[in-house]
Design a protein around this ligand. Structure first.
Ligand SMILES: *Cc1c(COP(=O)(O)O)cnc(C)c1O
Length: 535
């Protein structure tokens, strides 16, 4: 086998990007062969494929007319079949006849400094440094020749390196051909994948008990790419009422342009769900669990069963739960979505989204992701990886804080209602407590009594007094970091919304969302007690 790209394979041979079901960088699967059982493909005609967008991100929507091929020269038997790819020209694939004789990774690493690609014996590329001038040296010295202890250290570093590279190169034309034919796994271009990003994907999919994971630039990018990839033109989507506002906006304003309809149901409305599946040929069911800001929990096992019956893809946004508290995949869900910006990364310093689940579905979304281009930066991926090392510890602290605060607020005379699944008046109390066993995350919401009218100006002002009376919590949107964050919901996300819309969603003037951080529980309760006394 010819040598591999040293930077890339140091991470990727151990973490192959290609899933069992196919090719991941927007290209169709290569002809059937594998690293473990290579076979020669000399001038073997490929199975002709129809031209389509799925052929790859570069494919034009309308292909130019096929040019007639010149007659092949008599001494160069070039196939003249317009269905052939350049693979037909590969005369010497140079595959090892015995796959067991393939070099190990350690052997490849130690050979990098000494091996030259076989096709330039008279002008070895490494010798360019000894004959170059300053500006060429500025660009290439120290980096051009890879291998030795630099490469070894990259393999042995305790932390996954930040591979801050938009492009991955090939050591020879043969390498490039081998890569395209699937003879080895690496990366080619940052929009289709990156080793640092892949490490995070593997961490999240392990936690979610999923077959694959796609990391992307934000939670919203994961939502929109997933829906665009999985819902056909004229299709139908089902979501729940208490769903992330931007998701609702996308479903209501963008999807109709593709003739895609939507039914919005109460999270607990199972009869409505069945009726919707009877009435519409739905493609995707998508709900958060727990939801924002009412912390509703959906009956995942029953929904999954119904979705299977009607051949609908079930997707659950478990940003608020994290895999620590709840794994829909354990109940047969098809896909799970996370805003990695929140608990996964956990430090309010980086944005990301993750989609995990069935390999065939992730493949589909990954292909469109390579076209739409909402990739996460490798440095951001590093931060997510770092943040996730403490996920279990942090979520345990978030759970404890929110549960304690909910219990405290429940018995407070100035609080009319507490939305958290440990409170027995919660509409999904039974379902939530049967599905979750560790806790429900750090976010809870509650309604202040105010003057007794949830929609009055005085209740609105009471909300402001409470928020301003807190000393530990920051005032702001978002959640999932180490710091407690508070918001009066009607001001933060719904300032521009008419009363009618807020009434429909139950976002009243006294509704407060508290995203507990990981501070000491007693300090948080003391702070809330003091703030309530001044309301
Ligand atoms: C924040 C959030 C999103 C959107 O994620 P971004 O990373 O902000 O794009 C989606 N779903 C839920 C439940 C969220 O909390």
């Amino acid at each position: 086998m010819s040598s591999l790209n040293p930077l890339a394979f140091s991470v990727t041979v151990l973490t192959p990007l290609r899933s069992a079901s196919g090719w991941t960088r927007g290209m169709p699967p290569p002809p059937s062969h594998s690293l473990s059982a290579p076979h020669r493909l000399v001038a073997r005609p490929l199975v002709p494929r129809p031209l389509s967008l799925s052929r790859g991100p570069c494919a034009a929507l309308s292909e130019p007319a096929v040019q007639p091929l010149p007659d092949p020269a008599p001494n160069n038997p070039t196939p003249a079949d317009p269905d052939e790819t350049v693979n037909a020209y590969v005369l010497d694939p140079a595959l090892p006849s015995d796959p067991l004789s393939s070099p190990t990774i350690d052997q490849l690493v130690s050979r990098l400094e000494h091996d030259e690609p076989p096709h330039s014996p008279h002008r070895p590329r490494r010798s360019v440094l000894s004959s170059s001038r300053d500006q060429t040296l500025s660009v290439h010295a120290g980096e051009r020749v890879r291998g030795g202890r630099k490469t070894k250290a990259m393999l042995d570093a305790i932390q996954t390196p930040i591979v801050q590279s938009a492009t991955f190169t090939f050591r020879s034309t043969q390498d490039c051909i081998d890569y395209n034919r699937g003879m080895y796994d690496s990366f080619e271009y940052g929009r289709y994948g990156n080793p640092t990003t892949r490490a995070v994907e593997e961490k999240i999919m392990a936690l979610d008990h999923a077959e694959d994971c796609l990391l992307s630039a934000s939670g919203m990018n994961a939502v929109t790419t997933m829906l665009l990839a999985l819902v056909p033109q004229g299709g139908h989507v089902v979501t729940t009422t208490d769903c992330y506002r931007r998701t609702r906006q996308f479903v209501n304003t963008m999807l109709p342009k593709m003739g895609i309809g939507c039914t919005v149901l109460d999270p607990a409305d199972m009869d409505g769900l069945k009726a919707t599946f009877e009435k519409h040929e739905a493609s995707v069911y998508f709900s958060e669990s727990p939801t924002n800001p009412m912390i509703r929990v959906v009956d995942v096992p029953r929904i999954v069963e119904l979705c299977r019956q009607y051949n609908v893809i079930s997707v659950f946004d478990t940003t608020f739960a994290t895999p620590v508290n709840f794994r829909p995949m354990d109940f047969g869900a098809d896909l799970v979505l996370h805003s990695g910006t929140k608990y996964l990364a956990g430090h309010q310093d980086v944005m990301s989204g993750a989609l995990t689940g069935r390999g065939d579905l992730i493949d589909k979304v990954r292909k469109l992701h390579g076209v739409l281009g909402g990739v996460v930066d490798p440095h951001a991926a590093y931060l997510i990886n770092r943040g996730m090392k403490t996920l279990g510890l942090r979520v345990e602290a978030h759970n404890k804080n929110a549960e304690t605060v909910a219990r405290y607020l429940k018995s407070h005379p100035k609080v009319a209602r507490v939305n958290y699944p440990t409170v027995d008046t919660h509409p999904d109390f039974a379902v939530a407590n049967s599905l979750f066993d560790k806790g429900f995350g750090g976010v809870l919401s509650f309604e202040l009594v105010g003057d007794g009218n949830a929609w009055s100006g005085e209740t609105f002002r009471a909300g402001g007094r409470f928020v301003d009376g807190l000393r530990i919590a920051y005032i702001g949107p978002s959640l999932g970091g180490c710091e407690t964050i508070v918001e009066q919901v009607c001001i933060m996300g719904y300032f521009d919304q008419p009363l009618r819309e807020r009434q429909r969603l139950g976002i009243n003037n006294g509704l407060i969302r508290l995203a507990c951080g990981i501070e000491d529980t007693n300090d948080l309760v003391d702070d809330i007690e003091a703030a309530l006394s001044g309301v």
